[in-house]
Write a protein that binds this ligand. Sequence first.
Ligand code: BYC
Length: 338
Amino acid sequence: MAYTIAEKPEEAAAFAKETDVEENPELRAAFDGKVAAEGKVEPRDWMPEKYRKTLIRQISQHAHSEYVGMLPEGNWVTRAPSLRRKAVLLSKIQDEAGHALYLYSAVETLGVSRDDLLDALHEGRAKYSSIFNYPTLTWADIAAIGWLVDGAAIVNQVSLQRCSYGPYSRAMVRICKEESFHQRQGFEAMMVMAQGAPEQKKLAQDALNRWWWPSLMMFGPSDKDSPHSALSMAWRIKRDSNDDLRQRFVDMTVPQAEYLGLSMPDPDLSWNEERGHYDFGEIDWEEFWRVVNGNGICNRERLAARRKAWDDGAWVRDAAMAHAEKKRARQAQQAAAE
Ligand code: BYC
């Protein structure tokens, strides 16, 4: 099996070394065979160091996204328009905390500690999805997040269910089930607004205008500018390319906007009969990289909120550790007495 992604021989040699082909040819052959046969790589299996590092990077970024992703919605818990909406929003946010926990657990199986991962986030060394650096200005933004942000997340995560790393792929199965509820509640909330008073419809349209392009950016840079895609696709960490998933999301969402009676904020959007897909306008990549590199509207606010929560929660972690230690000591004492 050829994993050579570089055309130039010296790059290919460096790549082979970096991915343990030279150091561990037999173990590497077994790993390659498993991935090729659609087997799942498990935590105790041998894996190339680069595979492990790529997974740590992607899964931890994914966990951080769920963790930071609670903040834009949390902003509206006290202002939800009805008790029903408040209950739904609260349970959605709780699900997101749960997703972060499944994902932090999955990444811990690769030999890193949760504390180190969170340190990296709090110190600004780790990335999380660009989408969560945009503000939620009106209630319609909460509907748009469910419809578009969770909608985009599902397209990406359904594909990741087939990831070659077992713990990540299994976490995705459960997360997708919950995300599908999140997307539906968002679409339903959007429908109520789009079919409501003219002022409500305007709020819904404004929210769509603001969230459409950032949602398309969730899929990452264009394939030609994505440094990690070639290797991640070869190792079946990622199963579809960034551009293919983005196209799938556009094709799925445009008819939904039509159903809502809302218009897409893209003058270049049109059905391409020949391709069997929608063509759409150019993403503002400058904005994308600006946000990814820490200079979006809310980057500083989001990190400050996460750091504060971490610091404020120190006494809870200390108390839990002290309780566990006392329990362990009591059990040891009882065992010695028997
Ligand atoms: N934002 O080579 P590429 C949710 C980075 S939360 C920020 O294509 P890769 C929800 C990328 O990390 C679920 N950074 O990378 C929660 C890399 O940086 P480094 C969110 C981005 O990994 C609450 C560099 O750009 N979903 O659903 O092959 C409420 C080059 O990119 C972004 C996930 O986290 C971005 N948008 O592919 C509601 C999905 N895009 O590491 C909803 C899991 C790219 O070199 N992640 N970068 O410094 C993935 O599927 C993949 O990591 C990506 C990127 C497709 C995002």
